[in-house]
Design a protein around this ligand. Structure first.
Ligand code: ADP
Ligand code: ZN
Ligand code: ZN
Length: 826
């Protein structure tokens, strides 16, 4: 290594910083290692991306690297290249992209520690804020600036602290907060060397008088008989029914010893061993698809395949076999699934084939679990990563295959913070960089992927039929019935949210002991409360949205779905004093309520963000449904990846919910959601039925979902996109401006957009305009929309990068969020 290194930092600036590498570190430092470096008055964790220029050629003073944090580079050169591509494509800094590739919680950032000195406080006792600070430091002798600010409010400016420090009244030290995660160890026990002989245990027991102590020795001997020479202390304590103090006294006597062992935390620990894998022959379509994939795998040739197969057509089976081919070559693989599909069911299926070669990554894991999974992958102990979005950056060498299941899912796009990447597109690029294969699977592919297949960029592999059941029968697609709510109302068959035909169908299923899935894509009880006299409706103080009524606790509660703010339900209208406050619209709780009177004897499970917020909440509800509850009612989370054999009815309470959104993807989303949920009904031996309630029966998304006609939908939607220059034919991006003061946000937006226009070239720039939801959590929002009808993404990226450079960093507290290939334009 030369004496300087170029380091990229997790800050939104497009540049690397050069640091001098002090002598003792030159061996440890390699490209890809994390280093701790000073930047102005902070210390930051960065990544070495390349050798730096010789120090004597630089015309500025380079600072020293403070520490090298890795002995093995955290970032492989392949991930350095990939994150560089992400930064270029999504117009963010390389450091921001790199941060996504490192396990959360391992970046060390600086913190200011402050404490009181012995010096005479002098005039500061007479200073309003200064006196409070001194008082606070007296009560909290070791503390941090942020903690002081939290206690005293933000009115403690850094400049004041600096002045107090200059007077020596306080001392400010920039230190590191400890790494938030590290390897975890667990205490194990074993006999001390002198007592390791088998007979020694019996002697020990005789020597000891205490029952508890004897029991510990007996337990330890027992474990040894079972082949566990060093059992976990906790297991010994449990088996001996002893206390930790008993253990300690035996350790003090020198009879037993404690050993700390590193443990790998894994969410798989809670799961039972999986069933042995089924061993069936593939269906002809599956085999054709697999052959196409393995041909490319065997040839080490890049290729992206679009596996277009309806639910239950055997896509997962194809992924598994493709992975087997990849592992056989000694290469590794990544399986991306939407978070919601990452149920134990899915994991178990892969585990039954690949066992401990799998590391699972997901957001409900503790930081420690995530860090361990990351290390298993980085060290090659695990060769397969399964996880949502961010798993696309899993640190695997020799990647052979990346699968993106349910590739149309919007959760693959990251929104905040930067990089605002789309995991599917990153997967395709990563496969390309590695001469690997990418498989995109879906029953309702995104219009982008369908068009890429038509253009020949991807190869489409259709699986048009469901896999037959064990008796050889194939399930037919369920009959879809559309209930026009306008007509139902006229016929007096609509009282509440469920029209009579849907009510009857539900009752019938409960009587026949079959199961029903009901979709209502809105949580809470009623989305809006409104005063019938004056039209007043409750709004969130911090966000420009109405509050949703939730049931529970007396008259219920009003909640903001953007920031979580909760308020009491007013007895009377605060504007006119009226008492007639009506509840408008239908949320999942209201449907649940209605079901209580329609089918009082039924067990109803509600699944939405309110009932699944706890760890495993989602999984528990699904287990109860599998164990026989009658009705599963919920938001879109019920539409995904579930496979139940006794569901013969799927009801959609309000198919129009998503159509009302003024977004060019609203129709596509609605079509996908309805098609996915409809796919849940019926199996070979039980004919399924789908009932869709709508006020727009002629809408194309609803018509095509009703006839299970993906091609028809795609044809019509693509024609419209082409005409308007929207993706997949053009590219779009948004720039969102956020901050606490509306006039300043507006000014920022106007200035930025003016700059954008000067760099626009062929790009259309629209806006700025107040965002669809103008205020979220007290932050005002404006946005500008960019569209490029031809020339790919590049004209947009160029305009954005130049403007970003020209405009520089926004003022403190204000944000500019560039969203390349934005999914929503609101
Ligand atoms: P998808 O991922 O497309 O929804 P799956 O791969 O989960 O489909 O297959 C649906 C069901 O059919 C699963 O229970 C699976 O074990 C079974 N299955 C898949 N392929 C076959 C096959 N070739 N023969 C028998 N059963 C199969
Ligand atoms: Zn009123
Ligand atoms: Zn709010």
């Amino acid at each position: 290594m030369p004496l300087t290194v170029n380091v990229v930092l997790p800050i939104p600036l497009d540049r690397a910083y050069t640091y001098h590498l002090p002598d003792p570190m030159t061996d440890a430092a390699q490209v890809g290692c994390r280093v701790l470096v000073p930047l102005r008055n902070r210390r930051l964790t960065g990544v070495i991306v390349e050798e730096g220029p010789p120090a004597d050629t630089l015309d500025f003073q380079v600072k020293d690297v403070i520490d090298v944090l890795d002995d093995v580079p955290a970032c492989t050169s392949e991930l350095l290249d990939l994150t560089k591509w992400i930064a270029d494509y999504y117009v963010c800094s390389w450091g921001e992209a790199l941060k996504t590739a490192l396990p959360a919680g391992t970046t060390v950032e600086s913190q200011r520690k402050i404490r009181r000195t012995n010096a005479d406080p002098g005039d500061w006792t007479g200073h309003d804020v200064g006196r409070l600070v001194l008082q606070d430091l007296h009560e909290h002798p070791t503390t941090t600036l942020s903690a002081v600010r939290k206690r005293l409010g933000p009115a403690v400016p850094l400049s004041l602290i600096r002045r107090m420090a200059a007077d020596d009244v306080i001392e400010v030290e920039t230190t590191l907060s400890d790494e938030a995660v590290s390897a975890k160890t667990e205490t194990h026990l074993r006999f001390a060397p002198a007592f390791q002989h088998r007979e020694a245990a019996a002697d020990l027991i005789e020597q000891l008088r205490g029952h508890k102590q004897q029991a510990v020795i007996r337990a330890l001997a027992g474990f040894r008989e079972e082949g566990v020479a060093e059992p976990r202390q906790a297991d010994v304590v449990e088996r001996a029914d002893a206390s930790y103090s008993t253990i300690r006294s035996l350790v003090d006597k020198g009879m037993i010893e404690k050993v700390d062992k590193e443990v790998m935390r894994s969410p798989l620990d809670d799961l039972p061993d999986p069933e042995p894998p089924p061993d069936h022959d593939l269906m002809a379509d599956q085999q054709d698809a697999l052959n196409a994939i393995t041909d490319a795998v065997d040839a080490h040739r890049y290729g992206t395949f679009l596996l277009h197969g309806i639910t239950g057509s055997g896509k997962t089976e194809v992924y598994i076999r493709a992975l087997m081919a990849v592992l056989k070559q000694g290469r590794s693989g990544i399986i991306l699934v939407p978070e919601i599909a990452l149920t134990p069911q899915t994991v178990q299926r892969f585990r039954s084939h690949f066992g401990d070669q799998i590391a699972v990554l997901h957001s409900q894991m503790s930081m420690g679990e995530r860090y361990d999974a990351w290390r298993q992958l980085r060290t090659g102990r695990a060769r397969i990563a399964i996880g949502p979005r961010s798993a696309v950056l899993a640190p695997l060498d020799d990647l052979g295959l990346i699968v993106v299941d349910e590739e149309h899912e919007t959760s693959y796009k990251q929104f905040d913070p930067a990089p605002r990447y789309h995991a599917r597109d990153v997967a395709v690029m990563r496969a390309h960089l590695n001469e690997a294969v990418c498989v995109l699977g879906s029953a309702t592919p995104s219009l982008e992927s369908t068009m890429n297949a038509r253009w020949g960029k991807y190869e489409r592999l259709p699986l048009p039929e469901r896999v037959p059941d064990s008796s050889g029968r194939t399930a037919t697609l369920p009959e879809v019935r559309v209930l026009d709510l306008t007509v139902q109302r006229k016929k007096h068959q609509l009282d509440g949210a469920l029209a009579d035909p849907l009510r009857n169908a539900i009752r019938q299923r409960v009587e026949r002991n079959e199961q029903t899935i009901l979709l209502q894509n809105r949580r809470g009880f009623a989305p809006v409360l409104e005063c019938e006299d004056c039209g007043w409706a409750p709004h969130c103080d911090d966000c420009s949205v109405t509050l949703t009524l939730h049931r529970g606790g007396g008259r219920g509660q009003l909640r903001c779905h953007y920031c979580g703010h909760a308020a009491q339900v007013p007895r009377q209208c605060p504007q006119c004093g009226g008492h007639d406050i009506s509840q408008i619209g239908v949320g999942t709780q209201r449907v649940e309520n209605e079901l209580e009177s329609v089918v009082p004897e039924a067990t109803v499970l509600r699944m939405d963000r309110d009932t699944t917020s706890q760890k495993h909440g989602h999984h528990q509800i699904l287990r109860r449904f599998r164990n026989g509850a009658d009705i599963l009612l919920g938001t879109q989370m019920i539409a995904k990846g579930l496979d139940f054999s006794r569901v013969t009815l799927v009801g959609v309470v309000d198919a129009d919910v998503g159509l009302l959104f003024p977004d060019f993807r609203a129709e596509e989303r609605t079509f996908q959601l309805l098609t996915q949920v409809a796919g849940r009904a019926g199996r070979a031996d039980l004919q399924g039925e789908v009932i869709l309630q709508t006020r727009n029966p002629d809408h194309s998304a609803i018509r095509y979902a009703t006839s299970h006609d993906y091609e028809g939908f795609a044809e019509e939607a693509l024609a419209e996109r082409r005409q308007l220059g929207y993706p997949p034919f053009g590219h779009v991006a948004t720039v969102e401006f956020r901050g606490p003061q509306e006039d300043r946000v507006e000014r920022l937006a106007v200035n930025w957009t003016t700059t954008l226009r000067t760099h626009a070239g062929p790009v259309e720039v629209m806006g700025p305009e107040p965002a669809f939801i103008q205020r979220v959590q007290k932050q005002h929002r404006y946005r500008t929309l960019l569209k490029s009808r031809s020339g790919g993404a590049q004209p947009l990226q160029t305009a954005l990068r130049r403007s970003r450079k020209a405009e520089g960093t926004p003022p403190n507290g204000y944000h500019v969020a560039i969203d390349m290939d934005a999914l929503g334009l609101l």
